[in-house]
Design a protein around this ligand. Sequence first.
Ligand SMILES: NC(=O)c1ccc[n+]([C@@H]2O[C@H](COP(=O)([O-])OP(=O)(O)OC[C@H]3O[C@@H](n4cnc5c(N)ncnc54)[C@H](O)[C@@H]3O)[C@@H](O)[C@H]2O)c1
Length: 450
Amino acid sequence: MKSGPGTVSVIGLGYVGLCTAAAFASRGFKTVGIDIDVKRIEQIQHGRAPLYEPRLDGMLKRAVRKKLLVPTSDISQAASTHSIFLTVGTPSRNDGSIDLTYIETAAEELGRALRQKQSYSLVIVKSTVIPGTTNKTVKPILAKSSSKTIGVDLGLCSNPEFLKEGTAIVDALHPDKIIIGSDDKKSASKLKQLYTRFYGKNLPPIILTSPETAELVKYASNAFLATKVSFINTIANIAQAIPGVDVNHVAEAIGRDPRIGPLFLKAGPGYGGSCFHKDLQALINFSGELGYSPILLKATEETNEQQAEKVVELVEKLTGPLEKKRIAVLGLAFKKGTDDVREAASLRVVRLLLKKGARILAYDPLAVPNARKSLGESVEFAKDERSALNAADCCVVMTEWNQFRELQTKDYLGLMRAPNLVDARRLYDPKEYGAMNFAAVGLGPTRNDF
Ligand SMILES: NC(=O)c1ccc[n+]([C@@H]2O[C@H](COP(=O)([O-])OP(=O)(O)OC[C@H]3O[C@@H](n4cnc5c(N)ncnc54)[C@H](O)[C@@H]3O)[C@@H](O)[C@H]2O)c1
């Protein structure tokens, strides 16, 4: 492959990397997708996505068939491309601080792969990394292992990613902005050219800034969204104690104020997913190193952790002591449209229910294999939602899958041992569930409170 500007590598084919690679290949860019996980690469070589994301399977199949996407575990192939994205994971260490091991290893191996390359290439840090990482960690590692001068022979940018699991492909094809952080004009301009080529006349607004600012934008974005969720859950918990109040109406009303906005104001069991908790912990930890204690962010996390207890309290209100009670859990993915259970509220709720002696029968249309890895044999998994409800003493709806919306009172009443339903996602209209013992997050007191 000739490493012209229409050639791209993506190192780390998880949710972000695989969707990024598929998006580039779908627009005719010759794309090399690199991962150390050989099994994952084999699957992708067969045109199969190792994770669920709408549209991804079809895009991969086409891209691999047309040879526009070359999946490989050989990082030296990155040298045959012009722009190289780093999209490896940046997990938390035990103390919540960011673990940069994958970024460091990938940068080191990439540098070695580029050592003999004569022409210019551009390295783009797309993984979420704490401010200073591109300059203080990636840059010296790359410079040493490649023997190149960064900014001259080898470009370097920070370019955080904002795609959401479940709509990752649409987000990658239509982002609301692009953030480019760079210390040298050539790198920034090369990345801008790449995106101009990719988006054509639909190029989103580009914000050019320093690498450190770009890195902080990503954390600020996730911290703000997580805080919005914990805020509305706080209001929900207050609403819970006031007869006649429904937090959904409060959210709808305040969301009409353009200073507040309607999104991320849905009360529920707390946020999950691979990013919010990890990124808040990394930011809290990083702030601590700077000598600042961000109490707002700590409260956001604490509120989120406690929200699982609020859901379990609702279950207990309906069923009484949980010892030996059979609880159906509908939904395990951290949100609909994904098979991802990382940091899912469902896992926190299930663990609390188990601790209190409940027996769990859980179902999710996509996430059972991943949930099984986390929960093991401690819970039983049902083959569909109706089997999960069979002889249950209570059902908790934990993920907002559309198919759960279709369950009606008669389905619940016909299958369950006791008609107890906890709507942790506010999926149902409470008026339609009057024949049941119904409780929902942020929906005034339950009958059993009186
Ligand atoms: N998942 C999201 O919704 C999302 C959204 C925006 C940003 N991010 C950020 O993007 C980054 C990646 O997230 P993800 O969810 O895609 O991660 P992931 O854990 O799903 O995937 C990471 C991949 O990198 C691979 N890898 C690790 N070291 C490697 C190496 N040296 N060479 C090649 N491959 C290597 C792993 O095998 C794995 O397949 C993280 O920093 C994350 O915070 C994630």
